[in-house]
Design a binder for this molecule. Structure first.
Ligand SMILES: [Zn+2]
Length: 304
């Protein structure tokens, strides 16, 4: 039986196997992880500087396919004080090769979140799998005109004339990334609230520039009532726990991206705080354990 058939066993009106959203509390801050879906990624893109046998062994160990993987794509909605903050926006709807991603609009609706209630957007960076949803019909026109969009000023500047010379992306991808980023900047320029190194968007919600993956790549640190959670964007990938020095083909400065990853993982292992990241398996809420130079992702027990 296919998953499609199973999903209909729940009865009429139920068209998804699971709700694809997961709620976490960080003190007084409400966090909802929403899956935008999954998108295919070619395995070599996960580790451009690794020996291919080492990558093949890792994939096999993780029960992952050897050639093309389903890459999870997580978005977060944060409520703090009187702000409702969308952190990243998924892929959007204009990529027919990636039909299983771009679900954000549907899934916000299923979660009862009116796009017009979103006061702020934080963008970890301007790659299309993080910003494309803001260009998607059905979501774009429902956003409020006074929406504030927080992005590192270095990120907005970078995409005026992006450098792909240190990336290793499949053919056609750099052009698509450049096109989506430049259309995003054209469409939303007047709503941008650029920051230099960090900015507190709402009580306990701080966006911090890390660089590395892209020059303005940023993470979001949440802290309230002694609880902490970091949304790491693309600073951490599934493969990056055991192999933090492996370069992802989408990293514009892979050496710096690896330094950012190791520094962040070491910090999270020391504090014991929760981690959520874009491309970790949904809902991706986990903690970080460390053993020598390698890390381990310890999933949170699902509270349901
Ligand atoms: Zn990404």
């Amino acid at each position: 039986m296919s998953l499609d058939n199973i999903s209909h066993l729940g009865g009429p009106g139920i068209d998804e196997l699971v709700p694809s959203r997961y709620a976490v509390h960080v003190g007084d801050i409400d966090v909802l992880v929403i899956s935008d879906g999954v998108l295919p990624i070619s395995a070599p893109t996960l580790a451009t500087n690794a020996d291919s046998a080492d990558l093949a062994a890792w994939l096999d160990d993780m029960f992952l396919p050897p050639d093309v993987l389903d890459w999870p794509l997580n978005v977060v909605v944060v409520r703090s004080g009187d702000r409702t903050i969308l952190v990243d926006a998924g892929l959007g709807l204009e990529f027919p090769d990636f039909p299983r991603a771009g679900q954000l609009g549907n899934r916000m609706e299923a979660a009862g979140i009116d796009p017009a209630a979103v006061t702020d957007v934080i963008l970890t960076h301007l790659h299309m799998d993080h910003v494309g949803g803001l260009l998607a019909e059905g979501l774009k026109e429902r956003l409020r005109p006074d929406l504030r969009i927080h992005v590192a000023s270095a990120e907005a500047e970078f995409w005026e004339s992006p450098d792909f010379s240190h990336t290793t992306m499949p053919p056609g991808v750099p052009d698509a990334l450049e096109s989506v980023a430049s259309r995003f900047l054209d469409e939303y320029r007047s709503q941008l609230r650029p920051f230099e190194t960090d900015y507190e968007v709402a009580p306990g919600v701080v966006v911090c520039r890390t660089g590395g993956h892209t020059p303005g790549h940023s993470v979001v640190r949440l802290a309230s009532g002694g609880d902490r959670l970091t949304f790491a964007g693309d600073a951490v990938f599934q493969v990056g726990f055991e192999n933090p020095e492996w370069h992802n083909g989408f990293e514009h400065d892979p050496e710096e991206a690896a330094r950012v990853r190791v520094r962040l993982l070491r910090e999270l292992a020391a504090t014991g705080e929760s981690l959520v990241a874009t491309h970790l398996p949904f809902p991706s809420v986990c903690r970080v354990a460390v053993a020598g130079d390698a890390f381990r992702c310890v999933p949170a027990v699902w509270d349901y």
